[in-house]
Every structure is written in structure tokens, then in C-alpha cells.
Design a binder for this molecule. Structure first.
Ligand code: ZN
Length: 153
């Protein structure tokens, strides 16, 4: 697997620590998307449905892993190395290029962003429903109805 006498850095010799040719196809195969169509960017929450515009991001970027011995070891032990499904996420082009091979918070966002963004979307949805109900009550003059009920007593 490793050949030290080669011109290329030895880390390039380990297939598990390189981009595979099929990680994109593998990701889509394992993640049909919401309603077989919708994908989310975990970094900004963008909803995407045009597969051509969806990039597949390595959460721990290949470069990031290659220069860290402990990560190299950890990913070498996985069947698909850095191209393991758990290390892949759909991502918008903008965030993918902004992320590059950064680590830290980007990795946390890559891992948990989809859950966090779902929560944010859910809360926004509940908020919208609440506003909608208030508007409806306003329109049907709920306050007036209440006053009328109170006067009846
Ligand atoms: Zn994004």
C-alpha cells in the first residue's frame, strides 16, 4: 500500500485517503434525497434539487485527513476510507468552495448541520403557522367574537 521510494508523497498511494472515482455516485445511491429529489446543504441550509448543481463534500476533507496522522489511521481502517458515506454530505457549490480543506467548526457543521437546519426549518414553519393563525383570527375578528361572548354573560 505504501511505497516510500516513489516520487509522489506516500499518502497519495493509499487509495483510502484519496478521492475515489465513484464517491459522488455512491453518495446518491445511499441518499435518495427527501422525496427522492431534495438535498440540503448542511452549511447554509440551502435546498437543492438539481443534481448537476449539488456537490458532494468530504466532511473531513481529503487534504485535511492526509496531513493528520491520527485521521489517516482512523480513515484507513474504514472500508471506503475518506469516501465512506458517513464522511460525505451534499453541499452547495458556494459552501464547498468556501470550506476547501478547512476543519474545526466546518466539520461539526458538516456532521450535524442537516439536523440543525431541519430544526431551524421546523421552528420557522411553526412560527409561520402561528403568524398565519393570528392573521386568520385577526381577519375573522376573533377579538370581537371574544368581546361579544363576554357581553353575553
Ligand atoms: Zn451551502
Amino acid at each position: 500500500m505504501f511505497s516510500y521510494g516513489h516520487k509522489e508523497p506516500y499518502i497519495e498511494q493509499n487509495k483510502k485517503l484519496r478521492h475515489s472515482s465513484n464517491y459522488r455516485a455512491m453518495y446518491f445511491e445511499h441518499n435518495p434525497g427527501l422525496k427522492n429529489k431534495f438535498y440540503f446543504c448542511p452549511y447554509c441550509g440551502k435546498v437543492m434539487w438539481n443534481k448537476d448543481k449539488i456537490t458532494i463534500d468530504h466532511i473531513y476533507s481529503v487534504r485535511y485527513v492526509q496531513v493528520r496522522p491520527n485521521l489517516r489511521k482512523r480513515f484507513s481502517e474504514l472500508d471506503y476510507g475518506v469516501n465512506s458515506i458517513s464522511n460525505l454530505t451534499s453541499c452547495c457549490k458556494r459552501c464547498n468552495s468556501r470550506k476547501g480543506s478547512k476543519g474545526g467548526l466546518w466539520i461539526i457543521r458538516g456532521k450535524y448541520g442537516k439536523y440543525f437546519m431541519s430544526l431551524v426549518r421546523l421552528l420557522m414553519f411553526i412560527g409561520l403557522i402561528a403568524v398565519f393563525i393570528l392573521l386568520i383570527l385577526q381577519i375573522i375578528n376573533y377579538g370581537g367574537v371574544l368581546t361579544w361572548l363576554q357581553q353575553l354573560q
